[in-house]
Design a protein around this ligand. Structure first.
Ligand code: GDP
Ligand code: IMO
Ligand code: MG
Length: 422
């Protein structure tokens, strides 16, 4: 039995927190796509943890964590993540397993990412500069290096050939980026040595067996549906399938083995990086969401753009993923707004529409809002659904009716314990 947990917006919905909350109900937590562009935050016992590649179940003794074949790994960042975990006495060798088929991010992939972005000028994607795009390009171009390659003596020869090719490509961009490759390579080799100490597995085989034994598996998504390479706001997307189908290809899970699809969304919307965002606010309300929600990227520290909830886009994400249960995050951030707005339709070239059109740039699309009453109550100390203010319950009921999916969790703060089940 496999359940999926996915972000339904532009990422940073709070996936890390909810995976951590749910891990005690699962035997295996498996990341299926993305790489260190992700930043998943967990908070408990007064400590905040940010994970980039390592699944968010790592702090629980009961679960095995798998980095699946669909993930791209930067050994340098991976080593840093492991170093940060050292003080928590986690048995990494037996609790963290790495797919041999996961692709490696080389230092030159990062440089290519920077060169590509620099060459785009104003049209840049706003990538996290972690080398994600170039690494997935090498994967689909059939040039990539994989974790399994590191078990063979000739991996450095493969590495050299690929890095040399990348250097020529960097020259082609003619971008002014400065770098010291030998230094970056020394750091990379150090990361590889750390990575090689871990347990490499044929993860699809491991997952088949786990399923046969009746183990419960939770697939942890990264990014969000609107950043999906096929269904997101292309080209302002990431380079993997962040939607449900990505879990099939990123882990080797058959579609008919998927049970629940848990969709996570914020009670409002944020986006980091470039690209269209119909409900984006440039006023005091947007600034309040950013300030109260502490909306800064967990990976890059960039301020996140903020706006009202976009139900047109959320409905689209629910459909693409086949979401069976919803979880609404950061409800506490909306406390104090007199009026809450929800985008329920778009004005698209003068016509009112309720689906996501091909192009949602502000030139063509403007949001049509439904207004609801806000609530003043501080939610951060609440623990049961009965304590939620009426106006928030009305907001929740409205969303459930619109989306036709139950909202099972309402999150009211970053800590593990600030989680209300309904
Ligand atoms: P992820 O990438 O989906 O795991 O989300 P991030 O960790 O990048 O961003 C979510 C941010 O919101 C983190 O700083 C979390 O600690 C925080 N967070 C999660 N849930 C809540 C919530 O219900 N209320 C508040 N105020 N913060 C939350
Ligand atoms: P988590 O898992 C939010 C955004 C970047 C950029 C675009 C492409 O923490 O939700 P990339 O580096 O992937 O080539 O960048 O995608 N982006 C994210 N935004 N959360 C993330 O991950 C993101 N990962 C990538 O800001 O706009
Ligand atoms: Mg994040």
């Amino acid at each position: 039995m496999v359940d999926l947990l996915l972000g339904l917006q532009w990422g940073d919905e709070g996936k890390g927190k909810i995976v951590d909350v749910l891990t005690k109900e699962y035997d295996i937590i498996a990341r299926f796509q993305g790489g260190p562009n992700a930043g998943h935050t967990l908070e408990f016992d007064g400590i905040k943890h940010v994970l980039h590649t390592i699944p968010s179940g790592i702090f629980h003794k009961n679960a095995i964590n798998i980095v699946g074949n669909g993930v791209v790994i930067d050994p340098v960042i991976f080593k840093r993540e492991l170093d940060n975990l050292q003080k928590f006495n986690i048995d990494i060798i037996s609790k963290l397993l790495i797919s041999r088929k996961a692709h490696l991010i080389l230092p030159t992939h990062r440089l290519l990412d920077a060169a590509s972005e620099a060459s785009k000028g104003k049209a840049k994607i706003g990538s996290t500069l972690k080398g994600i795009g170039p690494t997935y390009m090498d994967k689909t171009g059939r040039n990539g290096m994989r974790v399994g390659d590191l078990e063979f003596d000739d991996w450095k020869t493969k590495y050299r050939a690929l890095a040399d090719k990348h250097e020529a490509m960097i020259d082609f961009y003619n971008a002014e980026i400065e770098y010291n490759l030998p230094e970056l390579e020394a750091e990379f080799c150090e990361g590889v040595e750390t990575l090689k100490k871990l347990t490499f597995i044929d993860s699809e085989e491991y997952i088949f067996k786990a399923q046969a034994e009746g183990k419960k598996i939770l697939a942890e998504g990264a990014q969000g549906s609107l950043l999906d390479i096929d269904f997101g706001t292309y080209p302002f997307v990431t380079s993997s399938n962040t939607t449900a189908a990505g879990a099939c290809t990123g882990l080797g899970v058959a579609p008919n083995k998927i049970e629940k699809v848990l969709g996570i969304f914020k009670a409002y919307t944020t986006r980091v990086g470039s690209g269209p965002f119909p409900t984006e606010l440039f006023d005091e309300d947007g600034a309040t969401m950013g300030r109260v929600g502490n909306e800064f990227g967990a990976t890059t520290g960039r301020p996140r753009r903020c706006g009202w909830l976009d139900l047109v886009a959320l409905k689209y994400a629910v459909q693409i993923n086949g979401v069976t249960e919803l979880m609404m995050m950061k409800a506490d951030v909306l406390s104090g707004f007199k009026t809450i707005k929800v985008c329920t339709a778009y004005d698209y070239k003068g016509e009112k529409i309720q689906h996501l059109p091909y192009n949602i740039e502000s030139e063509y699309v403007s949001p049509i809002y439904t207004e609801m009453k806000g609530w003043a109550k501080d939610l951060t100390k609440l623990t049961t659904a009965e304590e939620l203010p009426t106006a928030l319950n009305d907001y929740i009921t409205f969303l459930e009716e619109q989306l036709q999916v139950p909202i099972k969790i309402v999150s009211v703060g970053p800590d593990r314990l600030q989680t209300i089940r309904r």
